[in-house]
Design a protein around this ligand. Sequence first.
Ligand SMILES: C[S@@+](CC[C@H](N)C(=O)[O-])C[C@H]1O[C@@H](n2cnc3c(N)ncnc32)[C@H](O)[C@@H]1O
Length: 235
Amino acid sequence: MENKQNSSAAIQELFNRIAPEYDRLNQWLSLGQHHIWKLMAVKWSEPELGDIALDLCCGSGDLAHLLAPKVGLKGQVYGVDFAAAQLAIAADKAKQILPNHSLHWIEGDVLNLPFADNYFDCATMGYGLRNVVDIKQSLKEIYRVLKPNAKAAILDFHRPYHPIWRNFQRFYLDYLVVPLAGFRGLKAEYAYINSSLERFPQGQEQVELAKSVNFQQARHYSLAEGMMGVLVVQK
Ligand SMILES: C[S@@+](CC[C@H](N)C(=O)[O-])C[C@H]1O[C@@H](n2cnc3c(N)ncnc32)[C@H](O)[C@@H]1O
């Protein structure tokens, strides 16, 4: 399951480079819908007051920021990403919108998490699994750090099964997303989304991968006509 086209260093460099434009482009390119999909992922990870929650590949922190009110002032949220420029934005936003919550921003590799086994009550990952160089290793690490019975919700793009929506998605990514990103000087940086989707396992394959690393339950939920999906796993 190795993503040989992109090395970790190249991915890290890409996300550091796009950090200043990342939030604005997400908002434009999804017409604000990404916020709804992120809310659903948070809900499916089942955070509770007082929990220790993990957001993997947290980027500019959207999912971590949504987890914080769910775990409350007695809970804690850890956001992990290897792009320092993204983490700086996540931390700045948290200071403004969640000044009293415990959020920790960890610069690290989600393929080798700096946490003990069975540490987290719940976890989220948004648009990260498609970008890691080893999907199976990423799932193994999520399994390792979750407490028994804890859940993780993994949101990402997905190739629709229906040909009409597949073609729509290809068109949308190549002829709307890439040119719009081009307005902000990031055409090449966004052109990778379509090709990354060609390599990304479909929903049922994701479920099988999750089961192969021992998750007791795994289910993939389709969103936006199958153009997005959330893999929900339980240890
Ligand atoms: C598309 S962004 C998603 C950011 C955020 N979760 C969101 O939904 O907006 C993917 C993030 O994954 C991070 N990433 C990719 N591979 C990683 C790895 N092995 N370890 C840590 N972060 C990684 C990138 O730095 C980037 O910030």
